[in-house]
Write a protein that binds this ligand. Sequence first.
Ligand code: SF4
Length: 429
Amino acid sequence: MSPVIPIHAEATACASAPVVRTERGQREVFCGLTGIIWLHRKIQDAFFLVVGSRTCAHLIQSAAGVMIFAEPRFGTAIIDERDLAGLADANEELDKVVHKLLNRRPDIRTLFLVGSCPSEVIKLDFSRAAERLSRTHSPNVRVLNYSGSGIETTFTQGEDACLHAMVPVLPSLPTSSPKRLMVVGTMADIVEDQMRRLLSDMGITQVDFFPPRNSTALPEVGPDTVYLLAQPFLADTSLALEARGAKRLPAPFPLGVEGTTAWLQAAANAFAVSADTFEKVTQAPRQRAQAALARQRPQLEGKKIFFFPDSQLEIPLARFLHRELGMTLGEIGTPYLHRKLMAEELAWLPEGSRITEGQHVENQLDRCHAEAPDLVVCGLGLANPLEAQGLATKWAIELVFTPIQGYEQAADLAELFCRPLRRRIKLAA
Ligand code: SF4
């Protein structure tokens, strides 16, 4: 059966607010260094220098192993095994590594110093190091810093920390400029191009994407900027943009047909696009996506899904899978719940939805087994044991690496959830 989706979908508050449980305990989530894997692909003239341990080096190299064969744009300065007699030594060492790197790679325009967990690293003052190195290498290279440490960040928060570090260096949009739209959050280039085309077909041409593909083409920001979040995990970036005068357009996230339509509608409203134009521009891709989802719906309808907290995409994904594909929602875990950024999504969840913010992994595993879901979305560390116990799993990390936003990707997103269910059926046969 094909889902009926209103053309101008509007969030309608569910009869009762979702039940939110907050948990603290052992977490099974990647650290923010993971973000480098998609950020280095996006910002093509940037380099990410992790100052960390061999564990950090191993994490980013194994997670992005393919880059080892290309000219990588990330590396690790390992300092945890050094006898740090004084911080001056560590700073000197860091400066030497950076000089060597920048001499060898004159194409680098922005260098991110990325902090990590080891105590030797925590002692370093990265913002001072970044200022010092920026002065030394100005004007060819700008050096910025942020932390990807597992103590301070989970998985997708690495992107929030990186973009937050960039906001202060965005040029100012001159006062009384025509209104500009900033789309905030990394999306695959192909998705960005599709979104730009749809917006431009509606007449919205003053559009910037942040982060930009080229770090020397930073978007301007100011009181005439309105912005749309393309990713839900950008709370700090959002606050920093608001401190520069930008205004957020409240919207659900562009996942699935409904999410994409409402997200585009928020931009259309801000730029006074007529209902006719909006309809004309979105109708064909919307109908194509609806037809593709209708073909996938029988594989997912009525199946129960359980989310462990990982990427902060869990709530928009649950909304999409329930409303457009008929899945039943078990517990929806999220590392953090930003109620303001998530308001439109929460209003779209069915009555009685159960959300857990934070994690106590042992308790959550017990609840997962008790619920016996058909599909579990979780991190790599939990997937193998759960599969061995007979549960079908989906790696949350794939949802961040795969282009999933927008109309053209709605079916690909659904397919990511169909595949593990088909595999389980085959294994059982
Ligand atoms: Fe490095 Fe800490 Fe991440 Fe481990 S959790 S990889 S030590 S930053």
